[in-house]
Design a protein around this ligand. Structure first.
Ligand code: GRG
Length: 296
């Protein structure tokens, strides 16, 4: 089963939806948003939405507002996360970060426009009841109790908020942080993918196996991302880092060690694979495997 045609379709849907919501925007803002949104990302979240939509019996036609809205929120979070006030990164998706190219003020505004644009895409793309359900799901996932909350807990634990000392969390607290920071949006991609395959008048029920799948995959994705960081640091320094992995950053292997992290990946991979099988989707099973063995 091939992913390339789906990935191509995702690129054109992103271009189309951003083009629509930014049509009346100042050209420089439109350009800054496009620069980050259309940069070569993995497209994990829209791909998840699409595959789950297909598993729910959807034809693919109705998934695009959901798939694009989630990727727009994800891109906004990356732009803001890269800013000097947060991670101060120079590179993203293999290119200079948005603020390096357009300056901090415009990068903040491009992030803001992508975030608000995502909700416009949902409101304009679906019949009122489905739009309301999807909007609520995405707002909860992206907001204070979800991704923004997770980012806050992360900065707080690392002692990077004003007047707060670094405070390493327990393993359970770190998993909760990751569930919010990265997991919530992955869960939203899965749930919106399913919801977009339902009749627009409802009922709007998502099966438990979809949530189980999303929760396991979200945490799995973050731990494997941390493990890839460790691997990168070990290659750079030529040293085995173990628990000291990725100094100064709060990571799963940094807290519990590389071996326990790898074991947790296997455990979560099995949960996600079983849930994908329960959803009747070999494509989702394959995606789990891909997340586990990816190189970046
Ligand atoms: C600034 C509100 C706000 C939130 C930031 C998601 C996030 C929260 C920050 C990103 C920091 C980071 C690098 C987290 C590790 C896991 C992760 C989300 C990586 C980036 O996602 P990918 O790998 O990126 O799916 P691409 O570019 O492939 O889409």
């Amino acid at each position: 089963m091939r992913m390339e045609p789906r990935l191509k379709r995702i690129e054109s849907a992103l271009r189309e939806h951003w083009g629509r919501v930014s049509a009346a925007a100042p050209p420089i803002l439109r350009e800054a948003g496009a620069y980050s949104l259309l940069a070569p990302g993995k497209r994990l979240r829209p791909l998840l939405a699409l595959l789950v939509h297909e598993a729910a019996g959807g034809s693919g036609e109705n998934v695009w507002p959901a798939a694009c809205a989630v990727e727009m929120v994800h891109t906004y979070s990356l732009i803001h996360d890269d800013l000097p006030a947060m991670d101060n990164d120079d590179l993203r998706r293999g290119r200079p970060t948005c603020h390096k190219v357009f300056g901090e003020a415009l990068a903040i505004l491009a992030g803001d426009a992508l975030l608000t644009g995502a909700f416009e895409v949902l409101a304009a793309g679906y019949a009122p009841s489905l739009a309301a359900v999807c909007t609520l799901e995405l707002a909860q996932a992206a907001g204070a109790a979800g991704m923004v909350g997770g980012q806050t807990l992360d900065l707080q634990a690392e002692g990077r908020l004003l007047n707060c000392e670094p405070q390493p969390p327990t393993q359970a607290a770190l998993e909760e942080l990751h569930r919010r920071k990265t997991g919530a949006l992955i869960r939203a991609a899965v749930r919106l993918g399913w919801l977009s395959a339902l009749p627009p008048e409802g009922p709007f029920r998502v099966p438990d196996s979809a949530d189980t799948f999303a929760d396991a995959l979200g945490l799995l994705f973050q731990i494997t991302d941390d493990l890839l960081d460790v691997q990168g640091s070990e290659e750079k320094t030529g040293k085995r880092l173990g628990k000291d992995a990725v100094r100064g950053k709060l990571t799963y292997p940094g807290l519990v060690g590389v071996e326990l992290s790898r074991r947790r990946v296997i455990e979560l991979g099995q949960i996600a694979q079983q849930a994908a099988a329960a959803l009747g989707s070999p494509e989702l099973e394959q995606l789990v495997q891909h997340v586990i063995v990816r190189e970046r």
